[in-house]
Design a protein around this ligand. Sequence first.
Ligand code: AHM
Ligand code: MG
Length: 337
Amino acid sequence: MSNPHTTNLITLTRHVFQEQVEHFKEASGDLTLLLSAIQLGCKFVASNVRKASLISMTGLANSSNVQGEEQKKLDVIANEIFVNALRSSSKVSVMVSEEDEEAIFVEEGLRGKYCVVFDPLDGSSNIDCGVSIGTIFGIYKLNEGSTGKLSDVLRPGNEMVTAGYCTYGSCSTLVLSTGNGVNGYTLDTEIGEFILTHPNITIPPRGKIYAVNEGNSKYWDSACTKYFHSLKFPQDPKKSPYSARYVGSMVADVHRTLLYGGIFCYPADAKSKNGKLRILYECFPMAFLVEQAGGRATTGRKRMLDVHPETIHSRSPIFLGSRDDVTDLEAFYRSEE
Ligand code: AHM
Ligand code: MG
C-alpha cells in the first residue's frame, strides 16, 4: 500500500498530534490517545469484517464456533470492540452506540473528558454480501464541571470537536476532521497503520451524481419528487442528467460524495416521518465532515448541525454534499412553504 521507497510515513497518530500542537499550543495529547483507541477498534473490526465475509460467502454463517457457541453477529462484535477500546482508553465518560438502547456511563477511575457517539457497523443490509460497510463516530467534550450525563451528548452537532468514519471495503480508509479540514488515512495492513493518503479533502462545489433510495419515491413529499425529477430531466437542454449511485451503506455513499461531489439524501417520507438515519451518530458526524470539506448538510429546512436531538436515537431527514447541489435542494423546500 505505502510506497516502498518512502521511509517517512505520515501516520494518523503523527498527523493528528502535529495538528493539535499547531492549533492548540496546550494540547494534552488526550484526543490523540482517544483516536488511538478508535483506530484500534477500526483495525480490529476491519479484520473481523474480512473474516466474516469469508465465512458467510462459504455458507458457514450460521455455524457455531469451536466451543459450540452460536457465532456472534458482526455488528454485535463490532460494538463490543469499540465499547472495550473506548472504555479502556480512560479518555471517555459517556458513550452512545447504535447497538445499545441506553447511553453507557463509564465507571469512576476510567473516566476521561470526552464523549463518543458511534455506529459501530453501519450498512447492515450489506454485511452478508461483502459490499462496503463502515463505522461512524463523533466526539464531544464533557460540559464544564460534568462527570458524564445524558446532557453531555444531547447537544447540537456544531458542538462536536471531532468526527470521522472508517470504510471497510476494497480498502479501509479512515476519514477524520478535528475541526481543521478533513483528511483521509488508508490502512496499510502490512504494518497495521493508517497512513495519510487523502490530505485536505475538499468536496467539489457541484457534482454530477445523486444518491437516494429511489424505491421510496412513491412515499416522497412534493419537494423531493420535484427535486429528483429536476436532476433527471434538466430544464436546460444543454445540461446532462445526473447519474444515480446508491450503495445503501451511508459510509460508502458519503465517501464517494466527499471525493467526487454530488448529493447524498435520506429524506423523510410518508412511511418514515423523520427519515431513517440517526441524528447523533449518523447525521451529525457526516454533516460535520462535509462542512469541513467545504460542502453543506441540511434537513431540507435547517442546517443539520444546528438540530437539537431530543433523544440519543432520534432520527432526521438529511441531504448532504456539494454546496450548490444542497442549495438547489433547499430551494425546492422553500418553494413549498
Ligand atoms: P443501519 O444502521 O441499520 O445499517 O441503517 C443505516 C443504513 C445507512 O448506511 C444507509 O444509508 C441506509 O441505512 C440505507 O437505507 P435503505 O436500505 O432504506 O435505503
Ligand atoms: Mg446505522
